[in-house]
Design a protein around this ligand. Structure first.
Ligand SMILES: NC(=O)c1ccc[n+]([C@@H]2O[C@H](COP(=O)([O-])OP(=O)(O)OC[C@H]3O[C@@H](n4cnc5c(N)ncnc54)[C@H](O)[C@@H]3O)[C@@H](O)[C@H]2O)c1
Length: 338
């Protein structure tokens, strides 16, 4: 490590923040950390070699030593922290979702519109960097499923299992105010729908709290999205399911294509029964975070432009807001096309 290595300030030294610090460190960067919790900063020092630690963003006196900022705090802080970093002229790697609400997210979009020479922002919808899903998207685009009529997304994971080192009630995911809940946090799959197919024509959804989990956020989301050419997408997200499941199945008129996270595979079938042609993958979950970290370093060095942008994040937030409206008003929401 030398003084000329890129140096990143990571805001939030929790689960994802430490992961980003460790990955950036392994890629030869220096890292520093900001977190209001002293214990999290101690962990950042011990497990990720954080050079400097701050308990408050206002305590950062000299920004010139940082080449970029990574935002891994709860979603309610994302927009203000992104604007603070951009004001200091620093590129940002921002964890998803953009913010708890569309209105909050638009403050960042407005800032960027008013400051066209602001540094770049890379948004961390990390499943876009997961090789089996890159293959899934390419395969969909080849048309060899025939006309695709239905795509089903399922993400189901009991919240109490997510962070075994803490009570789930103390994790931001339990708090509606901090930006927790299935709709916002598992919006990975809303982003994937948008990445595969663009903005839907309409959204019908229920966003609910169904389980006995002691949380103020939602824990059950069911979405029906309609697209042109008779394509329908359904998304189910929940925080109570065991065993955990993450899969996507596309049904075309000729064949079906299915991705699952565990087992890590793509499989295809045109048979009537349970007969599949299968491709397995050996990647580890951390590989997608390493890929994002590499892309961020390239963004900071001006070698590439961000592959997942604030515009993408705003469009995901528009779908999220439509889900809430549909659920509250009991009606189908027609989406404006971007
Ligand atoms: N891309 C992914 O796959 C992925 C995976 C995990 C988490 N995330 C996202 O990362 C963010 C954090 O999730 P997590 O699981 O690491 O949560 P976490 O609770 O483990 O960590 C959040 C940390 O932020 C700290 N914090 C609280 N207020 C802060 C503030 N004002 N400024 C800076 N830090 C503050 C907390 O003390 C905590 O240490 C969320 O937006 C989440 O959706 C993304």
């Amino acid at each position: 490590m030398t003084d000329t290595d890129p140096h990143f300030l990571v805001l939030g030294a929790g689960s994802v923040g430490k992961r980003h610090m460790q990955n950036l460190g392994a890629l030869g960067c220096q890292v520093s950390a900001m977190d209001p919790r002293a214990d999290r900063l101690a962990e950042a020092r011990d497990s990720a070699g954080a050079v400097e630690c701050f308990q408050d963003l206002d305590a950062v006196d000299d920004w010139s030593r940082f080449d970029g900022v990574v935002i891994g705090s709860p979603p309610s802080f994302h927009v203000d922290q992104a604007i603070a970093a951009l004001e200091q002229g620093k590129p940002v790697l921002m964890e998803k979702p953009l913010a708890p609400t569309l209105v909050d997210s638009k403050r960042l979009a407005d800032y960027l519109a008013a400051n066209p020479s602001a540094p770049p922002v890379l948004l961390g919808y990390t499943y876009r960097w997961w090789p089996p899903l890159v293959d899934f998207r390419e395969r969909l685009a080849t048309g060899d499923l025939g006309a695709v009529r239905h795509v089903k997304f399922v993400m189901s994971a009991q919240l109490a299992d997510w962070h075994p080192w803490e009570r789930y009630q103390d994790f931001f995911m339990s708090s509606r105010e901090l930006g927790g809940g299935a709709l916002l946090d598992e919006s990975h799959f809303i982003d994937l729908m948008y990445w595969f197919f663009g903005m839907p024509e309409s959204i019908t959804a229920r966003v609910e709290k169904l389980s006995t989990l002691e949380i103020t956020s939602d824990d059950n989301v069911d979405i029906i999205a309609t697209y042109p050419d008779n394509l329908r997408v359904t998304i189910h997200l929940d925080l109570y399911g065991r065993p955990h499941e993450k899969y996507i199945r596309a049904s075309g008129e000729s064949r079906s294509l299915e991705w699952s996270f565990d087992p890590s595979r793509l499989r295809y079938s045109e048979a009537m029964g349970d007969e599949w042609e299968e491709t397995g993958y050996e990647f580890e979950r951390n590989d997608m975070f390493v890929a994002v970290a590499r892309e961020f370093i390239d963004v900071v060095n001006g070698k590439v432009v961000p592959g997942c942008t604030i515009t993408d994040g705003i469009n995901v937030m528009r779908i999220i807001e439509a889900c809430r409206q549909s659920s509250d008003q009991g009606k189908t929401i027609t989406m404006e096309q971007p």
